[in-house]
Each structure stands twice: as structure tokens, then as C-alpha cells.
Design a protein around this ligand. Structure first.
Ligand code: 1GP
Length: 249
């Protein structure tokens, strides 16, 4: 089954968890190990990417290690066209809608589309919207950050993504954010769009993940929770269990 169809089918059962692995934060061996933890915990997709990736080789090695250690679909979460890997299953073909820099809105995509075709990656279109504090993604992506109380602008961007034909909307507070995307913003956006809503950035425990799902998130992304010292197996399985327990009617 293709990855987009798999995600839609999984979403009919329960809200989902995607694990983000940043090749710049650990070596390939560790990336593979983290992916196996995520699979055991019940994650549905391994996303590979980050804002500070240094080379395509780094991404290739991480993706290969992840594929060796787990059976989940691997979806690229790219910061630039030159960092794509032929070893992934799919790519979030994402436009950073609130970037001031045209490269992140469309220019990288002009280069990237040819590579996606050549590598035979499945493109899954996504509107990517960065909310305060935004962290490294906000700085590197030169985003006009959505203010935490500017619900209307967030809804406007999300609806624009849908009207442009995108398959997913991702509200991002930034990796390591001290505060995740506000609940009211998630609820307002979810009420207005008909495509799945992904929420990530600053979600490190089961209680926060549950709050975001109850607010309206269909898919929760966590990265840091998997990388932090302590017991990532337990942290992640608690997070995923809690997300799945919020089955919506
Ligand atoms: C970053 O939203 C993701 O793109 C993950 O953020 O590392 O804070 O979980 P965290």
C-alpha cells in the first residue's frame, strides 16, 4: 500500500503518532535504534529530517539504518532539495507557507520535484505552518511566525493549504519548543479544515500529547522525546498509548 493511503487508513482507527529522527542529532546506528524503539511503541511512520542537515550522505545513511531496523514507512521531512534520499518510501512535499523566503515556499520544490521523480519517491503534499516560538525551524525557515493568540491567521493558512490542494496541514511550534501549539489554535484550525491535521514541536509527554489530540490533532509528531536521556522506550510507548486511547467518534 502506498504511504498516503496507509496514513488515511490508519487514521480511520485512531489518532496517530509519527516519530521524527533528525540525522544531524545522532549517527546512523543510533537513528536505526531509535526507529526500532518507535516501532515497538506503536508509531505509524518514521519521519527523517531536520533544519540543520549537513549532507545528503547523512540522510542516506540514516534512512538506510532506519529501514534495516524497522518495518514502518520512512517519510522524508526535508529542509532542502539537496538533502533527499532515494532509500526513503515517501516525502512530505511541504511548503513552508509562512516563510518570507520564496525558496522554502516554492523554489526548492522546483529543484526537488525532479529528484523526487528520479528517486521514485511518493510525494505527499503538506502545508507547513510555523507557530511561535518556532525554534530552529522558524529561524532557518525565515518564518513570519504565527503569534500564539492569532488563531485567525493560523486558520487562514491552513484553509489556504487545503484550497491549494494539499493533503495535510502541519502546525509546528519547533523542535524543543518550551510550549507546544496552543490548544485553541488546534481546535479552531481543525474545525475549519477537512484534511488531516498534524501537530508537533514541544510535545514530550503523554499528557501533552493527549491534550493536543483532544483539541483536534489527528497526528502527533515527537522528536526530542525519543532522543532524550532516560527511558525513551517507556516515554514513547506512554505517548503513543495515550494518543491511541483518544479514539474519536
Ligand atoms: C519538529 O515538531 C517536530 O519538527 C518535533 O518537535 O523535537 O519538540 O518533539 P520535538
Amino acid at each position: 500500500m502506498r504511504v498516503a493511503a496507509y496514513i488515511i487508513e490508519e487514521l480511520t482507527k485512531y489518532p496517530l503518532h509519527f516519530a521524527l529522527i533528525d540525522p544531524d542529532k545522532q549517527d546512523a546506528e543510533k537513528a536505526g535504534h531509535l526507529a526500532s524503539i518507535a516501532e515497538k511503541a506503536g508509531s505509524s511512520v518514521i519521519m527523517v529530517g531536520g533544519s540543520t542537515i549537513a549532507s545528503q550522505q547523512q540522510v542516506d545513511e540514516a534512512v538506510k539504518a532506519v529501514k534495516e531496523e524497522c518495518n514502518l514507512p520512512v517519510v522524508l521531512f526535508p529542509s532542502a532539495a539537496k538533502f533527499l534520499s532515494r532509500y526513503a518510501d515517501a516525502i512530505f512535499f511541504m511548503s513552508l507557507l509562512n516563510s518570507r523566503k520564496l525558496d522554502y515556499v516554492i523554489r526548492e520544490h522546483v529543484k526537488g520535484s525532479l529528484i523526487v521523480k528520479r528517486f521514485n519517491l511518493e510525494p505527499i503534499s503538506m502545508g507547513y505552518i510555523i507557530v511561535e516560538p518556532g525554534m530552529t525551524a522558524g529561524r532557518v525557515g525565515e518564518a513570519d511566525l504565527i503569534k500564539r493568540d492569532d488563531y485567525e491567521t493560523a486558520v487562514g493558512y491552513a484553509l489556504a493549504a487545503q484550497y491549494l490542494g494539499m493533503s495535510l496541514v502541519y502546525l509546528e511550534a519547533g523542535s524543543g519548543a518550551s510550549q507546544a501549539v496552543p490548544n485553541r489554535m488546534i481546535t479552531d484550525v481543525k474545525e475549519m479544515i477537512d484534511i488531516p491535521l498534524i501537530v508537533g514541536g514541544g510535545i514530550r509527554d503523554a499528557a501533552t500529547a493527549k491534550e493536543k489530540v483532544l483539541a483536534g490533532a489527528d497526528i502527533i509528531v515527537t522528536g526530542t522525546a525519543l532522543e532524550e536521556k532516560g527511558d525513551p522506550d517507556k516515554t514513547l510507548s506512554d505517548i503513543v498509548k495515550k494518543i491511541r486511547s483518544c479514539r474519536r467518534t
